[in-house]
Write a protein that binds this ligand. Sequence first.
Ligand SMILES: Cc1cc2nc3c(=O)[nH]c(=O)nc-3n(C[C@H](O)[C@H](O)[C@H](O)COP(=O)(O)OP(=O)(O)OC[C@H]3O[C@@H](n4cnc5c(N)ncnc54)[C@H](O)[C@@H]3O)c2cc1C
Length: 828
Amino acid sequence: MSSAPRVVIIGAGIVGTNLADELLTLGWDDITVVEQGPLAMPGGSTSHAPGLVFQTNASKTLTLLARYTVTKLLSLQKDGQSCFNQVGGLEVATTPERWEELKRKHGYASSWGVEARLVSPPECLELYPLLNPALVLGGLHIPSDGLALAARAVQLLIERTSAAGVRYLGSTPVTGIERAGGRVTGVTTPAGTVPADVVVSCAGFWGVEIGAMVGLPIPLLPLAHQYVRTTPVPALAGRHAGPDGAGLPILRHQDQDLYFREHGDRYGIGYYGHRPMPVVASALGVTPATVDEHHMPSRLEFTPADFDPAWQESQALLPALQEAEVGDGFNGIFSFTPDGGALVGRAPDLDGFWVAEAVWVTHSAGVARSLAEVLTTGHSTIDLAECELSRFEEVQLSSSYVSETSQQNFVEIYDILHPHQPRESPRNLRVSPFHARQRELGAFFLEAGAWERPYWYEANAHLIAELPPEWQPVERDAWAQRYYSPVAAVEAWKTRTAVAMYDMTPLRRLEVSGPGAVDLLQRLSTGDVAKKPGAITYTLLLDEHGGIRSDVTVARLETDLFQVGANGPVDLAYLRREARQQCEADPTRWVQVRDITGGTCCIGLWGPRARDVVSAVSADDFTNDGLRYFRAKRASIGGIPVTAMRLSYVGELGWEIYTTADNGQRLWDVLWQAGQEHGVVAAGRTAFDALRLEKGYRSWGADMTTEHDPYEAGVGFAVKAGKQGFVGAEALEGRSEETAARRLRCLTVDDGTSVVLGKEPVFHDGQSVGYVTSAAFGYTVGRPVAYAYLPSGIGEGDAVEIEYFGRRVAATVASEPLHDPQMTRLRG
Ligand SMILES: Cc1cc2nc3c(=O)[nH]c(=O)nc-3n(C[C@H](O)[C@H](O)[C@H](O)COP(=O)(O)OP(=O)(O)OC[C@H]3O[C@@H](n4cnc5c(N)ncnc54)[C@H](O)[C@@H]3O)c2cc1C
C-alpha cells in the first residue's frame, strides 16, 4: 500500500490537471481530482483560453515558471502532435517609450535565460508581413514563445494520469472542506465525502468561494476580459498554418492593450483596454451537465461597445483586418490579484490545505511543478516568494482593497511601469507615528506592504548647496531619475558625517515568548540564539534544501522573550505554524508568536554623532561598554520607555530604538530636538538603500531567496559552525563558499556615473552570466554599486558589463564591503 498522503485536487483546469501529473512524477499516487464541470470540457477559464504564452516578465519567478510550461507542453504529445505550437512571440513598439520598454524587456530575457532579439521595423515585417509598416518602430522577438493548446493539454493530462491511477470525479462540485484538529480530513460533495490528508484548491476564479469554506480570504478578483474571433480574413486564407491553425508569431501591441493570434483564416484578438468588469463567481450558478464552446460559466455575453476602440486600433496595426468583421466575441472570466502575481501556498492556520490560483496558462505547468516539489520535498527549485499566498498584509486582504487594486492591475496590465512606481490608490492605509512630522518635513512617500515610507525629505534640499564636491550626486537618465531626488545624497552624507533619523517602523517585528521560545528559534534558524538575555543574533531561516527563506535578527530580551525582526507576513505565518506544531507535540514547550509591528514603532538613529544625541536625552549608559554592538537593552529616552538595539543596516554607530506606537511621536520629537545641535536630518529609503549596499548588507527577496544557499549569497557567517539539527542543516553539509558554483558579487560601475536599477543582465566575455539583484548610487564611494550573482570563476578585479537599455556599461567586481570593512565605525 502506498504511504503517500491522500490528495484531493479541486478543479480540473490547466493547473489542477498539471498538478496531478507532477505529483505522480514525484512519487505521490493517491490522488483524486474533483471537478464541478464535465471532464470533457470543465467550463473554467482554461476551456476557452486562447493560450498565448509570452514568457518574458520582469519577474524572474514568472519567467522561469513560463519556461517550464513551454518545455512541458512541448513534451506532452499524442499522435505526433504536442500541446504547444512554438510560433514565436513578437511584441511591437509603436511609441518611443514602448521601444525603450522592449529594450528593458530584452534585458530581462537575457537575465532569466530566454533567447530574445530586438528587431528593426523591416525585420518585424519579415516576421509578420501583415503589420502596418507606418506604425511599427521596432519589436522584441522571442522564438520560443507560442501557443499553448490548453484544453487539449487538459484532456491529455486527464488521460495520462487516469491511466496511472488518478481518480477523476467530474460534474461533482465540492461543497465543503472537512476538518478535525486543525487539519483537513476531506472534501464534501453531493456524492459523499472524499477523504484527504492534503487538499489543493486549483479552482481558478472560484478560489474565493473555496477559501470561504475554510475561512481563508483569497485575494483575487474575477474579471471579464474581451476576446473575439474575426470573420475570415482574406489575407490569411491559404497561409501555411500550424496544427491549431496558427503559423504567424503571437503578436502583442501593448501600446493599445491588444494581442493577436491566428485561428486558421481568422484572427483572435484579446483586449485589455476596456473598463474593468468584476464578476462574483458564486453568482454564476451551478455548472451545467453539458458545456460547449459557447456555453460555459466562464464565458459571459460579449459587450460590443467595449470593443469598438480595439477594433479600430487592430485594423490600424493590421490593415488586412479592414476586409473582415468582428465575428464571435465573448467576455471571458479569469483572476486578477492586487499585485498581479499568482496565489500559491498553504493556508496559514489549516494544515493540509493548499492553494494554486490566479495562475495563467503561461505559468500553469511551472506552478504545478513547483507546488508538487514543495508538497513532496518542502522546497521548490524556482523561488515562489512572489506567488506566496501569505504575502499580503492583513489590511490588503479586505474585499474592497482586493477589488480596487486588482481592477487597477487589470487597467495597467500592459502599461509601462517603473520599478519604483507606487500604486496611487488606496494610499495612507498604514502610517507610522512619525507621519505628521514626516509630512512637515516634506517627505516623499512610496508605498510597500500598505505602509507609507519616506524616500527623502524636501526639507533637506537646501543642504545640497553644502555638499562637498566628492559627495555630489551624478546626473541620471530620465528613467533612473523617476522616483528619485538628489536630496538623498545629502541624507547619505549626513548619515556618514553627522547623524540621521530613519523610520524603521514598517520592519516586521514579532514577539516570540514562552518556555519553548528558545527551542523554536534554535530549531528554525542557522545561528545560536540561545545566548544570554541582551544578545542579538543575525541569522537565517532556511528551507529543507538549504535555500534562504528569510533572514532575521533575533534579540533575546528575557530568558523566554525574544523580539524578531523579520521580513514579512510569510515569516509570521511560518513561525506561527511551527509554534503551533511544537505546542501540539509537547504542550510544556509552548511558545507564542505575536506580530507587534502595528503597536510599536522604531527609529534608526545612526551616524558618528548618534551617541551625542542620545546621551543628551537619556541617563542610561549608551557607551561602548554600556551597550555593545549587537546587544539590546531597555532604556529611557526623554522619559519614554524604549528598547534600544545596537544594530545598523547603514553601517554607522547607532541604535534601532523601539517604543510603543503611542509614544512614537514624542520619541521622534525628543531625538529631533536633541539632534539639532549635531546636525541631525530625517533620512529616507533612497539613502538607506545606497548605504546598506556600500556596507554589503543583503536584502532578502532581491539579493537572496530560496534559490540561494548562505554561501552563494555571502551570508555563510550567519551559519553557526558546528550547529546541528536546524531546518536545512543536513542540506548544508559539505557546502561552503569554496564549493558554491555562483556567488553574489559587488560590482562598481567604471565610469562612475551610469546608474542601473536592478534585474539587468551581466555579461562576461560577451556571455550573459548573471543578473543584478540590487543597485544604487553609492554616495560614499562616489560611484554606482550593483550586486549580482556570477559564476564563482569570476572574482575580484574581473571586468564585466551590465546591459542597461541595450547599452553595455563597464563594471568591475570589487572587494566588499566597499565601506568600512574593518567595522570601526559600527563598533566605535
Ligand atoms: C479571454 C481570456 C483569454 C485568456 N488568454 C490567456 C492567454 O492567452 N494566455 C494565458 O496564459 N492565459 C490566458 N488567460 C488566463 C487563463 O485562461 C487562466 O488563467 C487559466 O486558464 C486558469 O487555469 P486554472 O486551472 O487555474 O482555472 P480554470 O481553468 O478555471 O479551472 C478551475 C476549475 O475548477 C473548477 N471548480 C471551481 N470550483 C469548484 C468546486 N467548488 N468544485 C469542483 N470544481 C470546481 C472549475 O469548474 C474549473 O474547471 C485568458 C483568460 C481569458 C478569460
